[in-house]
Design a protein around this ligand. Structure first.
Ligand SMILES: O=C(O)C(=O)C[C@H](O)[C@H](O)CO
Length: 306
């Protein structure tokens, strides 16, 4: 079964409570950046598995329900009877969205190198994790490095989103860990705001140069309303942002990541992958929540064909 997996996503899934309007009700949904990426990739046709841990609780059960419905393999995900599934709240204001976490001590934060499904990671085509996967605890950070080592030793691709969450760790530590991880990654997927905190360079081309210099093979830098810059050692290209009626940017980067990986595995072309992912990310911000609005392949293709 594991031999058929294209993508393993390693990190922390969470239940989401999203308050669409100030003072209004909180709407239940799903989040956790790499779980969002897993759903985004599965909706584009990849065979995806999760590597994480859940609490043995109703929130863990509902995440399993999501993954089953999306065709995502969660057979390697244990349920921890002694630690909860993490939650987060999303509120919206004039400056965008804010995340408030209830995740300290979660089951996923107890991940360690010993808990990894190494056969799965070594046999899948791509391992994807993020700086959030590393920030949730020192043992989870160790697990990410061990997983990257296993994937690389097996000749697999490592994909990394630099998602910087300064509520989870201080910038100095984040910067050191993230820059070291970029050196182990084939595909690096940063957002501009984060990249400006992680790099000495502040402009998009300088950031791409710096990340390629750290060892990335492909950099896809998402820049919000300025679109996307994709850079490899010998080519770079910009893709303009699509104009859509945006209501909630939660998970837009994860939508990009999942669609990018799906199209990259289908075509081997990072630039075609970015064009596809740029459209998927645009569609993902037209609804509330990290997961519900993630588009399917047919929707992305129809949007690009307009
Ligand atoms: O912020 C986090 O740790 C999350 O995983 C919550 C969101 O789902 C995620 O950030 C969206 O990218």
């Amino acid at each position: 079964m594991t031999a058929a997996i294209d993508l393993v996503c390693l990190g922390e899934p969470m239940v989401e409570l999203n308050q669409h309007h100030a003072g209004g009700a909180y709407h239940p949904g799903f989040g956790g950046d790499v779980s969002n990426t897993a759903v985004a990739a599965a909706r584009q046709g990849l065979r995806v598995a999760m590597s994480t841990a859940l609490g043995a609780d109703v929130f863990g059960d509902s995440l399993r329900g999501l993954w089953t419905a999306e065709g995502i393999d969660h057979s390697a995900v244990p349920s921890d009877p002694d630690a909860p599934t993490g939650l987060y709240f999303v509120t919206h204001g004039p400056a965008g969205h804010t995340f408030s976490y209830r995740r300290a001590g979660s089951a996923a934060s107890r991940m360690s190198p010993r808990s990894l499904p190494l056969d799965l990671i070594s046999s899948a085509k791509v391992l994807h994790f993020s700086a959030i996967s590393q920030a949730i605890s020192p043992s989870a950070c160790d697990a990410c490095f061990a997983a990257a080592d296993a994937a690389r030793a097996a000749g697999r691709l490592v994909s990394y989103d630099t998602n910087l969450r300064l509520a989870l760790w201080p910038l100095a530590r984040a910067r050191a860990v993230i820059r070291a991880t970029i050196g182990l990654s084939d595909i690096v997927l940063p957002g501009l705001d984060d990249a400006q905190k992680l790099c000495d360079a502040q402009d998009a081309d300088g950031i791409a140069d710096e990340l390629l210099g750290l060892g990335a093979r492909i950099v896809a830098l998402t820049m919000g309303s300025d679109g996307v810059l994709v850079a490899t050692a010998d080519r770079r290209e910009r893709f303009g942002a699509h104009k859509v009626d945006a209501v909630d940017a939660t998970g837009a980067g994860d939508a990009f990541d999942g669609a990018f990986l799906a199209e990259y595995l289908a075509t081997g072309d990072a630039f075609a992958a970015a064009r596809h992912a740029n459209a998927a990310a645009a569609l993902s911000v037209t609804g509330y929540g990290a997961v519900a609005p993630l588009p399917r392949r047919a929707e992305v293709e129809a949007f690009l064909a307009r």
